[in-house]
Design a protein around this ligand. Structure first.
Ligand code: NQM
Length: 348
């Protein structure tokens, strides 16, 4: 008798793709849950051939959603990054891209009733304790996936935007800004690293000198940013002047593979850094008009991010009031996923 199948919705959220589950459909015990998730996704095989993961960190993601444990939210959203080529499941980071699918999933699964035209879902981001609101079209009581999802983030409470306490640091001889507005991120100037910052992700990943420098910067930042040994943190973003009318051009390591775009909370964090006087790379940014979104160019397009700083915050302890951006999400598949059996290692 095989293991039972588990109800699952596969969704694209922004520029990522993930498996969405009701919390009640997964084991409560963390070790049992993580073992199951590795088997569902097909890890640690780098091809994830015996699972539903897409063999890249951007498509090896899981969202676990349930009724909220907090009075100020409608649902709890726990994000799990699943290793590709490595047997890890980590809850040490958020994912703003999968967040785009959380509100629609909550409506699909009846956790939140659809409002007449547009539904707003208040989401508790369990990984970091932050909160967000997703607003999306629900004509006739059903999610319209053709319409965008508006994501708005409250200011993180009790967590410094500058985890090292400084707007600039030096790591391994490189000037960097370490920032965390929802995603711990190291920002530096691409030219300092010996690249233009306009390379393709494949070109950057093939450059062994870049990989080694990124590895050393990451090792230094993990400790200084208080991230322990989080396997998918921090993100490292290289900045260059914009080339397509945007505010700045970006290339982001997550933190080994180079992102094909940029993460949502990663983009919010980079945009926040660009607004801080003295931050590394802020001088590369085109003019930032108050109240207008910043446009972060990335390898496959651009993303517009609004960040509002709190003008009352002291310069050495900056705060934001809110941040927001627009994504889309789409339900790709709904059904029952069948995990690889526990004792089964062959995939041929
Ligand atoms: O920063 C990839 C993604 C992400 C994370 C990563 C994300 C975010 O694009 O909020 O969305 O940085 O590993 O899905």
């Amino acid at each position: 008798m095989g293991e039972r199948g588990i109800p699952c919705i596969l969704m694209r959220g922004g520029t990522s793709k993930g498996a969405y589950f009701l919390a009640a459909d997964l084991p409560a015990d963390r070790k049992t849950r993580d073992d199951l998730i590795l088997r569902i996704m097909g890890s640690p095989d780098p091809r994830q051939i015996d699972g539903i993961g897409g063999a890249h960190p951007l498509t090896s993601k899981v969202a676990v959603i349930g009724p909220s444990t907090r009075a100020d939210a409608d649902v709890d959203y726990l994000f799990l990054q699943v290793g590709v080529g490595e047997a890890f499941v980590t809850d040490k980071q958020n994912c703003g891209n999968l967040l785009a699918g959380v509100g629609p999933f909550a409506v699909e699964r009846g956790l939140v009733p659809a409002a007449a035209e547009r539904t707003s879902v208040r989401i508790h981001l369990v990984n970091t304790g932050e909160s967000a609101t997703a607003t999306f079209a629900t004509p006739d009581g059903a999610v319209d996936y053709a319409e965008p999802v508006l994501l708005s983030f409250a200011a993180p409470e009790g967590k410094p935007l500058l985890p090292t306490g400084r707007v600039r640091d030096e790591i391994d001889g490189f000037r960097v800004t370490c920032v965390d507005n929802g995603m711990p991120t190291v920002v530096l100037v691409a030219a300092d690293l010996g690249v233009s910052g306009y390379e393709t992700p494949a070109e950057l990943e093939a450059d062994e000198r870049v990989a080694e420098r990124i590895r050393r910067i990451r090792a230094g930042a993990l400790d200084r940013m208080g991230l322990g040994d989080a396997p998918s943190l921090p993100k490292i973003t290289l900045l260059a002047p914009a080339r397509d009318g945007g505010t700045v051009s970006t290339r982001t390591f997550i933190p080994v593979r180079c992102h094909e775009a940029i993460g949502v909370l990663g983009a919010v964090s980079v945009a926040t850094a660009l607004l801080l006087p003295g931050a590394v790379g802020a001088d590369l940014a085109g003019p930032v008009e108050p109240g207008r979104p910043l446009r972060l160019e990335h390898p496959t397009g651009a993303v517009d991010v609004s960040v509002e700083l709190d003008p009352g915050a002291p310069a050495d302890r900056p705060r934001t009031r809110r941040a927001g951006l627009v994504r889309t999400a789409r339900k790709l598949f709904e059904g029952t996923v069948h995990p690889r059996p526990s004792q089964h290692t062959a995939s041929n």
